[in-house]
Design a binder for this molecule. Structure first.
Ligand code: ADP
Ligand code: MG
Length: 740
């Protein structure tokens, strides 16, 4: 019954159907789970004399005049009414595109109106108010309407609306579903003891509390319940995954201490405290025969590559267990060709001098170092590379997702490293880790060995080191990466200059002053990034979007009007792959001074000489994203500069952007985003699949930890079978989570 399409329950117009589809509300269940975004309070009524622009008052009034007419230009129907309060005060109300209003509110109707106050030509009016007819309009007494009524609240839900669907419509339909007994069909997924332990309402109470709370604490309790439930369900899936990994075996990596010391000594710098700790965590993990699953989070430039290189070195110098010959191998996957090449170059430098053979595989070409024919890496054929990877000669293979393509087999894959892990799908990440199994299957096919004839040894998993520069708050990381252990690099290598960040207000003078400062930097040989929110010019009909700079147009403007003496390149996602690579290369080679780009340069690209960055429309980004963008310019010993061009109208925007000049690292900013900004703005939110409601909960570390602990207990003690409804939900969720 709950999964019946709404169109079979209610008579819906096409407009309703479309609107519901836009909100992904298709079934009765969907509607019951469409929660209000906030609550209004009818008992807090206002009087016309007190209202001001921007408010959403509740007014009781009588319609004394009403008239529908067609707007002159747009031909849109507009209904205008005069509303009169008991006090005699009046206000104008206006509805757009709702021609039937005048029939519903004939002169003399008394109603409660809720709408936003707008202003036009100096006079206030009520825009598109919602209304409920009332028998009588209250007279202002000394104080409030319900003063003799013990000040009871009269909460009403406010839902997010969409064209063709009002909050009121949604509320009425929800009420109808509840009245018709749909709630009786709901399964309680949470175990009873958890409801009791954490004082959470049952699912049926919670749904009622959500849509029709008697008091604010009801609604809060309901939100807490659903948030807990969501985080708990995610944790169940993650904890099961973790338990599965841990059942497999892994190669123990026990590197020679003296060799490791030689490696770190050759770096030419001391590891930071954070790096040392990360290395300790990793060496301890990979030294065991339980496969490591660790996430290394660290700001851009915090030195993750060195940590990864050390782990790779430790692995590549270790013999597989029980074997006196051969070495373990490492697979390192990066999301783009540019990044893979960069890492390859870094690894050749870091590992090559210690006699490690490094290979590179991308969709385009393959390289190997050392080479018999030159001092640097040589280009080789894909077939040749595959052969050397399969026989173990290439010890560390760096690549794009070409690395996981069929037919790339390792002899003894001991460790996989995934850089910018959030840029890969789950399937791609899993595929890299499953390489040893893929090889076994291939061998089985060749020799036609029956599956059951395989030894247990086939369940060897490589250790996994995942890395990300996306600063997300700890609670969110614990939730969405619940199957991984977490190490955070929250310290930058010493001597790194702090990015001098300036908030540039939207005036021509301020802009020019910033350009002049940048010109001095360009003159002394530095380079500049300019980040724009969009690629092409906006549709001129859409006024608002015109204010947003496009990379293509901005590049032209800069080269004509601002920096005609410099070479300017454009980079954006609509360019062909080769074009992107060549623009990036030109920038790296300093054939281009200024690179105007959309946010595709967000991650990983390393051009040390680019020490200036302009971010246009910076009020549109989350703080952690801005922080990541400015991380592009801290790759050298020169003083880096960041200019935030922003349309800072509101005090809060200015304050928020100000945090960028004071915060110590990206994690602090991510926490700031989480606490003070709509969670939708946070990095990692979209891909995490966590609802806004659960994101609210993620502000609360205690709740997240409780959900994680409870889920882990259920998995470890195999208690799922005791909770059939929970198991059903769990299975469904697992399917959808793995489809992604
Ligand atoms: P990311 O975390 O963004 O991958 P990288 O590993 O690329 O950062 O490091 C950025 C730069 O900092 C590199 O040039 C690297 O050689 C240097 N670096 C890393 N660790 C240290 C350190 N402990 N001291 C000084 N420089 C370091
Ligand atoms: Mg890196």
């Amino acid at each position: 019954m709950l999964d019946k399409p709404l169109s079979t329950i209610f008579r819906l117009t096409d407009k309703h159907k479309k609107a519901l589809a836009r909100l992904s509300i298709l079934t009765a269940r969907d509607l019951l789970y469409y929660f209000p975004v906030r609550y209004g309070d009818y008992s807090k009524l206002s009087y016309i004399k007190d209202v001001s622009k921007g408010e959403t008052p509740i007014l009781y009034a009588e319609v004394t005049k009403i008239q529908a007419k067609k707007a002159w230009k747009t031909k849109m129907t507009m209904t205008e009414a005069t509303l009169q309060e008991a006090s005699g005060d009046t206000i104008r109300a206006v509805w757009y595109s709702q021609p039937y209003i005048s029939k519903m509110l004939p002169v003399g109707t008394q109603a409660r109106f809720v709408g936003t106050i707008n202003e036009r030509g100096g006079s206030l009016y009520l825009a598109n108010p919602e209304f409920d007819l009332v028998a009588e309009i209250p007279v202002e007494k000394s104080g409030d309407l319900f003063a003799d009524d013990k000040q009871e609240l009269m909460l009403y839900p406010v839902y997010r609306e969409t064209r063709g669907l009002t909050s009121k419509w949604i509320y009425h339909k929800v009420k109808k579903l509840i009245a018709d007994g749909y709630l009786n069909e709901l399964d309680e997924t949470l175990p009873k003891d958890l409801l009791q332990k954490y004082n959470l309402p049952s699912v049926t109470s919670a749904i009622v509390y959500m849509h029709a709370p008697k008091k604010v604490s009801d609604a809060d309790a309901a939100r807490k319940r659903f948030a807990f439930e969501e985080v708990f369900m995610i944790q169940l899936v993650k904890q099961e995954q973790k338990a599965l990994y841990e059942q497999s075996g892994a190669f123990m990596v026990n590197p020679d201490k003296a060799l490791l010391k030689k490696f770190t000594d050759s770096l030419g710098f001391e590891l930071t405290g954070g790096q040392k700790e990360a290395v300790d965590h990793i060496l301890k993990d990979i030294g065991s025969d339980i496969p490591m699953s660790r996430l290394l989070e660290g700001d851009v430039g915090s030195g993750k590559t060195v940590v990864a290189a050390l782990a790779a070195y430790a692995t590549a110098t270790t013999k597989p267990k029980g074997q006196s010959f051969g070495k373990l191998q490492v697979g390192y996957m990066a999301p783009t060709e540019i990044l893979a090449k960069q890492i390859f170059t870094d690894f050749v430098e870091l590992l090559g001098q210690h006699g490690i053979t490094v290979g590179l595989i991308t969709g385009k070409d393959c390289f190997k170092y050392p080479s018999k024919t030159s001092d640097g890496p040589t280009k080789i054929s894909k077939a040749q590379l595959k052969k050397w990877v399969a026989n173990g000669e290439v010890q560390v293979l760096v690549g794009t997702h070409a690395l996981i393509s069929k037919g790339v087999f390792f002899e003894n894959l001991g460790l996989v490293i995934i850089d910018e892990q959030h840029r890969f799908g789950k399937k791609q990440r899993a595929a890299l880790r499953a390489k040893p199994q893929e090889k076994k299957r291939q061998e089985q096919k060749k020799t036609k060995i029956e599956k059951k004839g395989l030894s247990d040894n086939s369940e060897i998993l490589p250790h996994l080191l995942s890395m990300t520069a996306t600063p997300i708050p700890r609670t969110l990381a614990l939730t969405i990466y619940g199957d991984l252990d977490l190490t955070v690099l929250d310290e930058m290598p010493p001597g790194r200059k702090k990015v001098e960040t300036t908030l540039v207000e939207p005036s021509i003078e301020a802009r020019e002053a910033a350009y002049e400062k940048i010109r001095l930097e360009l003159q002394s040989g530095r380079q500049l990034y300019v980040i724009c929110p969009r690629i092409f010019e906006a549709d001129p009909k859409k006024q608002k979007s015109l204010l947003v700079k496009s990379a293509v147009a901005e590049a032209e403007r800069l080269s004509k009007e601002v920096f005609p003496e410099y070479q300017i390149g454009v980079l954006h996602s609509k360019l062909k792959k080769d074009e992107k690579v060549s623009v990036m290369q030109d920038f790296a080679d300093h054939k281009i001074d200024i690179l105007v780009s959309t946010t595709v340069v967000e991650v990983g690209v390393n051009v040390p000489n680019a020490t200036n960055i302009i971010i246009e429309g910076s009020e549109r980004y989350g703080l952690s994203q801005l922080h990541q963008l400015r991380g592009r310019v801290i790759r050298s010993t020169f003083q880096p500069y960041c200019y935030l061009f922003a349309d800072v109208k509101s005090e809060t925007t200015a304050q928020r952007l100000d945090a960028l000049t004071t915060a110590k690292n990206g994690f602090e900013l991510a926490e700031y985003d989480l606490q003070f900004r709509g969670t939708g703005e946070m990095l990692g939110n979209k891909q995490s699949g966590v609802s806004d409601l659960a994101m609210e909960a993620i502000k609360n570390i205690k709740l997240v930890e409780a959900a994680r602990t409870e889920a882990s207990t259920i998995i470890k003690k195999s208690l799922l079978s005791k909770h059939p409804a929970l198991t059903r939900r769990f299975k469904r969720l697992k399917e959808t989570m793995y489809l992604e």
